[in-house]
Design a protein around this ligand. Structure first.
Ligand code: CMP
Length: 586
């Protein structure tokens, strides 16, 4: 099979099997993820020829991880994370420490090295954000306080894992694995501290560069591209930013693809177009995420279930029981209600993408025996399959606690200080987010048409493009917005408040839905009248270039605007002939 054809075969067979088994899993009330993983197992084990392509599958999986992490970054709200930080940060770190300790002890018991134990423990300690988001979405719980705590907790875990991924190569030799120089010839032969320092320096400079430059450049870039009105270019821009930053960061700074992509997402999430970016990149994210799970399945060797059943059970118990109890205890000790503790525990009772990546890296650096990776894969496969059952079990427990009064008064204290404070913080975060959105309030396509009927004749795509060109502006009562004789720079659409136009002593009032400032832009002459705000006004403005561009592109708005300007010009000629003070309503 030539190489090109095998890539096509891999993707085609991967999609077909993932679809069939994902659908079957859904029918059996299991998460489709389980179907994708088993699809991969079938491909790797039962269909000849594909096992040899695991390198290729690995690369597809890597793209999947990049896009997944990009998605996580895109949905990441720094405000939400700050609101849940008091529980998420100590909770996640404490739980990772406990789970890693248990994992290391378990590995020691099996006779593995310390390094192997640490890698195994760390891999098992982190849960999959993707699996959690899917579980919360199914239960309509993404926006609830408990849901947000669980997401915040997992994001902290993800960040800890990213740091671990970056540090592992530098630490590999000390932990008894191959040195990073052996696996990565560019690494050189530096001492451990120098290596660590260099790694941290690279990561910090990358993060600083992305976070300082990104929010200034990226939202601007997205806006410019969105204004072209080409959906294709917009999607391309989003993908170019995601994969471009991820790849460049890996090349230039030695930072993992996953970290780069995550920060690309964070940077784009600052833009008010982040929803559009998320929506446009979603199909690709989904597709490659499926390939990720398929390729993980391909790597899985089911014989481990027969050869090492006790080890598999140990791993599974650590994921389902050890981690969950650690989290349960931490959350309850911190004074949160039992329902919060149980939701977080259920959220954590699975492992996913980061576990595979970390396990894979551990094997590459000679820390983890290949058997370890198989165990991790078995643990993931089983725990993801069981996650829905775990969530259902916690529901039963929560209901039971609520029905038994002494348990309820002891454990389900929603009026407890920490929970109340957290709810207040979450509310504050939402208000801050809304205030930020209101400050940059640009109209959505629907709002635009509702306010300005002028745009009703445009297609939905055209309306969206037009909406992107407006800049918000406001004026205080009495403020002179346009002075007669001035050079024209922009046109104003009134969204709130009233203005007064004065032409040769004649006064005309205008309010929401009206526009002004178009005459001079159309004629190239100076402004024809004074325009003053009568109360606090809000406008949507278009600058000269955008105004001309939109009129040129969309005759549906050029014709009515030109008609209004012509009418106004005629009225003004009459006003010029009769310079009396008079008021007309426009
Ligand atoms: P422009 O000449 O650019 O700047 C002043 C604006 O006042 C003008 O565009 C129109 O939008 C508005 N204007 C001028 N004359 C009238 C009128 N007779 N009725 C309503 N608006 C007017």
């Amino acid at each position: 099979m030539s190489h090109d054809v095998s890539l096509i075969a891999l993707i085609a067979v991967g999609f077909v099997l993932a679809f069939l088994l994902g659908f079957l899993a859904h029918r059996l009330r299991l998460p489709p993820l389980v179907g994708y993983l088993i699809g991969g197992v079938v491909m790797g084990r039962l269909i000849p020829g594909f096992a040899a392509e695991s390198g290729l599958a690995g690369q597809l999986a890597e793209i999947g991880v990049m896009l997944l992490m990009f998605g996580v970054g895109l949905h990441f709200s720094a405000g939400d994370l700050m609101a849940v930080r008091r529980i998420a940060i100590p909770g996640a770190i404490g739980q990772i420490l406990i789970a890693t300790m248990i994992g290391t002890c378990m590995a020691k018991f099996w006779g593995w090295s310390l390094g192997a134990g640490l890698v195994l423990g760390l891999s098992l300690s982190v849960a999959s954000t993707v699996v959690l988001l899917k579980a919360l979405e199914d239960r309509n719980a993404v926006a609830t306080p408990n849901g947000r705590i669980a997401i915040g907790w997992l994001i902290v875990e993800d960040l800890v894992m990213v740091v671990t991924l970056v540090l592992l190569p530098a630490l590999a030799e000390v932990l008894g694995g191959r040195s990073s120089a052996a696996s990565n010839p560019a690494g050189g032969n530096l001492g451990l501290l120098a290596n660590l320092g260099l790694t941290l320096l690279k990561v910090t400079s990358f993060v600083a560069l992305v976070l300082l430059v990104g929010p200034r450049v990226m939202p601007w870039l997205l806006r410019q591209v969105a204004r072209t009105g080409s959906r294709e270019l917009f999607t391309l821009c989003v993908l170019a930013v995601a994969l471009g930053i991820a790849f460049a960061s890996a090349r230039l700074f030695g930072v993992s693809f996953a970290l780069g992509a995550f920060f690309a997402g964070v940077v784009l999430s600052e833009s008010d177009l982040s929803h559009k970016a998320a929506a446009n990149s979603m199909p690709l994210q989904d597709a490659f995420a499926v390939l990720f799970f398929v390729s993980v399945g391909m790597l899985f060797d089911p014989s481990i279930l027969i050869a090492r059943p006790l080890m598999v059970v140990g791993v599974l118990l650590l994921i389902l029981v050890g981690k969950s109890f650690a989290a349960l205890a931490i959350v309850l000790l911190m004074g949160y209600p039992a329902s919060t503790a149980l939701t977080v525990s259920a959220a954590l009772a699975q492992i996913g993408e980061f576990s595979f990546i970390l396990g894979g890296l551990g094997v590459a650096y000679g820390l983890l025996p290949t058997e370890g990776l198989s165990l991790i894969l078995a643990g993931a496969l089983l725990s993801i399959s069981l996650n829905a059952v775990v969530f259902a079990g916690t529901d039963v427990l929560i209901r039971w606690i609520e029905n038994v009064s002494w348990l309820r008064t002891r454990l389900e204290r929603r009026d407890a200080g920490p929970f109340i404070r957290l709810e207040e913080d979450l509310d504050a975060a939402r208000i801050a987010l809304e205030a930020k959105a209101a400050a940059h309030k640009t109209y959505s396509a629907d709002e635009l048409v509702e306010r300005f009927r002028l745009f009703a004749g445009l297609t939905p795509e055209q309306r969206e493009t037009v909406a992107l060109h407006f800049q918000p502006r406001s004026a205080q009562p009495g403020e002179r917005i346009i002075r007669v004789g001035d050079k024209a720079d922009m046109v104003y659409f009134i969204s709130d408040g009233e203005v007064e136009v004065v032409v040769n002593g004649h006064k005309i009032k205008m309010g929401p839905g009206d526009f002004f400032g178009e005459m001079a832009l159309l004629s190239g002459q100076p402004r024809s009248a004074d325009v003053t705000a009568l109360d606090f006004c809000k406008f949507l403005t278009l600058d000269q270039r955008d105004f001309r561009e939109l009129l040129r592109r969309y005759p549906g708005i050029r014709i009515p605007i030109a008609g209004v300007a012509k009418e106004r010009g005629e009225t003004n000629r009459q006003f010029m002939e009769q310079p009396h003070e008079r008021t007309a309503e426009s």
